[in-house]
Design a protein around this ligand. Structure first.
Ligand code: HAS
Length: 542
């Protein structure tokens, strides 16, 4: 990657890793408070801390990492960014950063303890919403740098399928732009005017629906960069090939189509939405599972084909041929493993009857710590272990590689304790998003205590793992020996197979996206608006 593009990427990674430190600290305190053995000092509120933890890790750290990773991936595979594209990337970066600082200051002042979902009726200071708006707009500007680079590449190479990593970055960017329209709408037209006192009340059902229109694709915005690494980078690291370039593209297109019209599976227990539309969106949720199953299939095929090419025999002999001592492979692999129970948990959540058991319990927190906080984050760490030295002109030494493996293993152990205990406690009815309480000595609440202690043990192990990641990051950014670290990009197993150009027909795919969204959301929105309560001044609250 060109050094000017590397600088842009690194700027994103500095913010992401500072976020990891702050969010990780908040997470550790969170688990300690919930264990009942610790009280927060200096008047810090539980929800203030929980908001900081969620916003900094789920929104800030991920978005910066993803934007940085996608920009350098495009630079690596479609060619160095032009000055205009790079400058656009920088404008996006600074807009996001100003917005992040504004939102963070409001959280620290306890003026925005509204959790990372920030929907009404919780209300924050107006500057928090302005900050969020700047983050969203900044991400659109950064995203437009990716779109410009893609368009330029297509112009230079007519009739050719774009490089796989560039194609994937583009799909994730397009999905992000369509999805963020929902959150931007609720922030700009509901929450901000309400917080400024311009309107008396807002419709909670509409604000939650707009949030989840964005909230579910948000989780795929986190997941797809991990899939980029699993499909394209891991095969090269192990010395194998991408099972099928076309299949990888098709799975990304399916994510583009089905990620958005599924938000109701977060609102299955909410009133005001007709069950028929909830049913429809659950069916679409089961459609969005398919590209993940395709990904699992493709990864198994890559690993097995590689192992057999090295002489492996028997049903699972190929497992022995994988490079277990290489952190660049092992850490994302642990992420893949964790996504098997993580994904299964998602399927449970999406099933209406089972959702009634787990909704708003700490099971859900367990689910997203396996998905985003293990499968995705460990893959991001695995990426950092070669990408940071690649961008800073340094190398990952054997000693650092060992430390990285230790970090990944500690993460897996800590998360097994923490997320496992969350799943069990959730099944026993322990609520999510609540500080420690004995609930007036209720026998049911006493059953949760051992699991809450296990969460604190897991959280403490995870915190040690975070310190290790930060140590490795600082080493790779500033102190590791100078040298050249590869940016691995895999090749398809079948080089004569050219991906069908229909996969790059954006009019078709974006048209279908709009149709699916209109189908899944138009009537429910009309219902919500018609049923909105009448305000004191006699008009509908929308
Ligand atoms: Fe989820 C709630 C349903 C995936 C994140 N989810 C959440 C929340 C978050 C989140 C943050 O339907 C909480 C939101 C909040 O604050 O309220 N989720 C799903 C479904 C999937 C799913 C159906 N979620 C994710 C991913 C996330 C994420 C990915 C982050 C990155 N989720 C829900 C539902 C709720 C929910 C409900 C609401 C619950 C409620 O009531 O509040 C699917 O996409 C999952 C499909 C995945 C698979 C797994 C494929 C496995 C692969 C690995 C292969 C491994 C290999 C290695 C090859 C089918 C690809 C193996 C090698 C060997 C040798 C064994």
């Amino acid at each position: 990657v060109d050094s000017r593009d590397a600088k842009l990427g690194m700027a994103h990674f500095y913010v992401a890793f500072i976020g990891l430190f702050i969010g990780g600290m908040a997470g550790l305190l969170q688990t300690l408070v919930r264990s009942g053995q610790f009280t927060l000092p200096a008047g810090i509120g539980y929800y203030q801390l929980l908001t900081l933890h969620g916003v900094v890790l789920a929104l800030v750290m991920t978005t910066y990492f993803i934007m940085g990773f996608q920009l350098v991936s495009v630079s690596r595979t479609a060619g160095t960014l032009t000055n205009k594209q790079r400058n656009t990337g920088w404008v996006g970066f600074w807009l996001m950063t100003i917005g992040t600082v504004m939102a963070a200051v409001m959280i620290l002042l306890n003026e925005a303890s509204v959790l990372y979902t920030f929907y009404a009726p919780l209300q924050a200071h107006a500057l928090f919403y302005v900050g969020l708006t700047l983050v969203i707009v900044g991400s659109w500007v950064s995203g437009s740098a990716i779109i410009m680079a893609y368009v330029a590449w297509r112009r230079k190479n007519p009739g050719q399928p774009s490089p796989l990593l560039t194609f994937m970055s583009l799909v994730n960017t397009l999905m992000w732009i369509v999805a963020t329209i929902g959150v931007a709408t609720t922030v700009l037209f509901q929450l901000l005017p309400w917080s400024l006192g311009l309107v008396e009340r807002v419709d909670v059902a509409i604000s939650r629906t707009l949030f989840w229109y964005f909230g579910h694709p948000l989780v795929y915005f986190w997941l797809l960069p991990a899939y980029m690494a699993w499909y394209v980078i891991v095969p090269k690291i192990i010395g194998g090939k991408i099972f099928s370039d076309s299949l990888a593209r098709l799975s990304f297109i399916l994510f583009l189509l089905f990620s958005i019209p599924v938000g109701f599976h977060h609102q299955l227990m909410e009133p005001g939405i007709d069950p028929a539309w909830k049913f429809l969106q659950v069916v679409l949720t089961f459609m969005v599972i398919i590209p993940s199953l395709m990904t699992a299939f493709s990864l198994f095929a890559t690993f097995e084909t590689f192992g057999r090419s090295k002489g492996a025999t028997g049903l699972f002999g190929w497992l022995k041929k994988l490079p277990w001592g290489d952190a660049r492979f092992l850490i994302p692999f642990i992420g893949m493993l964790s996504f098997i129970p993580g994904g299964a948990g998602g399927i449970i959540n999406a099933s209406n009857q089972m959702n009634q058991v787990i909704h708003n319990t700490i099971w859900v927190t367990g689910h997203f710590h396996l998905t985003v906080a293990t499968a995705v984050i460990l893959t991001f760490f695995g990426i950092s272990y070669w990408l940071i030295p690649h961008l800073t002109g340094r190398t990952l030494t054997k000693a650092m590689n060992k430390l990285a493996i230790l970090q990944g293993v500690l993460w897996a152990i800590g998360m097994t304790f923490m997320s496992g205990a969350m799943h069990f406690a959730g099944l026993l009815g322990a609520p999510r998003r609540s500080a420690y309480s004995e609930y007036g000595g209720a026998a049911q609440a006493a059953e949760w205590v051992p699991y809450q202690i296990a969460q604190a043990v897991g959280g403490s192990i995870l915190f040690i793992a975070i310190i290790l990641v930060l140590y490795i990051f600082i080493n790779l950014a500033f102190f590791a020996p100078k040298g050249e670290e590869e940016f691995p990009v895999g090749e398809a197993a079948n080089t004569t197979e050219k991906a069908p150009m229909i996969l790059e027909n954006w009019k078709l795919w974006l048209g279908l996206v709009v149709l699916l969204i209109a189908f899944a959301y138009t009537i429910p929105f009309i219902d919500l608006i018609e049923n909105a309560p009448i305000g004191s001044k006699g008009y509908k609250l929308w």
